[in-house]
Ligand binder design. Sequence first.
Ligand SMILES: Nc1ncnc2c1ncn2[C@@H]1O[C@H](COP(=O)(O)OP(=O)(O)OP(=O)(O)O)[C@@H](O)[C@H]1O
Length: 641
Amino acid sequence: MSESVQPQHPHVATESTPRVGTLRALWRLREFAGPAMPAFAGSMAAALVAQLIALTIPQVLAQIVDGPLADGDAAAIAPLTLLVFALGTAEALLYALRRWLVVGPGTKVEARMRNALYAKLQDLPVSFHDRWPSGQLLSRAVSDLGLIRRWLSFGLVLTGANLVIIVVGVGILMSMNWLLGLIFLVCSLPLWWAGWRFEGQYSEQSRLSQDQAGDLATAVEESVHGIRVLKAFGRGKHALSTFRAQAESLRRTEIEKARLDANIWVWIMIVPTVALAICLIVGVWLTANGQLSVGELVAFFATATVLAWPIESIGFFLAFALDARTATDRFFDILDSENTIVDPEQPRHLARPKGELAFSGVHFRYQDAPDRFGDLLDGVDLVIEPGETMALVGLTGSGKTTMTSLTTRLYDVTAGSVTVDGVDVRAFSREELRTHVAMAFEDATLFSASVRENVLLGRPELAGDAPEVVAEAERVLTEALRIAQAGFAYDLPDGVDTKVGEEGMSLSGGQRQRLALARAVAAKPAVLVLDDPLSALDVATEARVEAELRSVLASTTALIVAHRPSTVTLADRVALLEDGRVTAVGTHSELLRESEHYRYVISSLEDEERRGREERQGLETRPPSSGAPRPTEFEREEAAS
Ligand SMILES: Nc1ncnc2c1ncn2[C@@H]1O[C@H](COP(=O)(O)OP(=O)(O)OP(=O)(O)O)[C@@H](O)[C@H]1O
């Protein structure tokens, strides 16, 4: 027995669909394969008729042997030979028809399943994506669905046809000579026993191997994404050795699968051969005793030979069905995942929100947070008035990003509420909520699309071809790019139609952030939530963006997570997040005067910013010659007042 290998991601196992019988598990595919069933049935019928024709050929052979051949009637042989030729041609044509019937419908089923999977992944909350590695999702969407398509179009069709042909063929053998038929049938019983044992062991290994393939895909994806970091830190070798270990685990599982497969093949090859050998001995004895004609003996063995392939293929199709079952389970693992963030039955609607954003008694903890920790947000109360700009400040890890992600329901509060104009965000449809509240993140994600499409992502109504829509889209795009100081987009090879994102032009971190900011601004939301969207900008560009933003923010409510003291100056007021609560709200100067923790946070932000700037400029950090620390902004502010 090979060494057993644990799945890399235990969650995959714990979230698995409960184990049911293979047939029941595969039966679930009818939801997607339903419309293609007539095509699959037609294909199965074509395969069946082709094999039935193959079974009739031995009967014609028996006629030839016992008739014209025994009588030495050469003229009578020709029509029977022509009949064999015609039957063979019909068999070949029917096999071609079998394939042709399923190509289109099979790919449609695959596309339908892939679309459903994609739609589900889009719908599932961020907390699901936190737990599921992307490679696992990728392998389900690509290789698993391909395997299911192949099984439906080929495996299912031929398994059905072969089983019928085995039953019919054994019936024919029994009718030709009941004793020989019975011997053939009894001798095949060990095959069923071996098949039953095989199912249990193989399906376990099949699941393991497909999960491990998903983990491998995750490793490749992460290392491609993080190639710069790996190279910069010289961790290529380490990544390679981790990858090798994972690849080795998968190799071992594949070997175990192959070993089980080889075992069943031994049974499949030996059992029919032994059965035929016994039948041959008994058959010759019966012929010698005159109980069976030579022609009947030939026909018996020709029929048994035709049956050899369907019988031998049982093992292959069994393994195929088990792989398809595993792929089906993995597919439904995702489709069955419960979405905890859903639209209400009767969503509220706000035609023109004023933009008051309020947190009332908000508690939040991540699903996988250890029990020994209290809530990350532990009773947050904060009201941001319409048109007001509020900066959110706190130590690193205090929960600022988490707090902003509650506004668009990337996560739901665990207690309390977040409201827009007094309406709980959970009372809106998610689509409407995201038109009222737009976000830009520090980690600016661009999609493989043009600058224009990336910036106008939140304005689907501007995607039309009507002249007035095109003009409005152009106006919104120009304004958003101006506010975000993203004029560089016009200098790209195809201007704002240049493809950016993963498969497009490489942009700098600051350029990506500015496009992401333009995207948030273009959405024209009542509430704009910015999670440190200027962190990668140089000071001069940041100042220009801030100046432009002020004009936007005058008419929009804004919540800005600030990691730089300069971002704080944009805000009308500042909220200080400390120990899971907002412990102080006021202007920057008020908080500097009144809150010791605020002074500490600002001074550490200044230190961090100074270090970042010095690193960027490649300067060595040297203390001032007096040895005294540099004055913090707080101290400068104090001195000024
Ligand atoms: N998806 C997640 N699952 C579990 N824990 C998380 C998740 N995201 C963040 N956390 C944890 O929650 C805490 C708060 O994270 P958050 O990103 O909200 O802090 P922050 O104040 O924005 O930090 P920073 O200033 O460094 O960006 C951290 O301890 C973090 O490890």
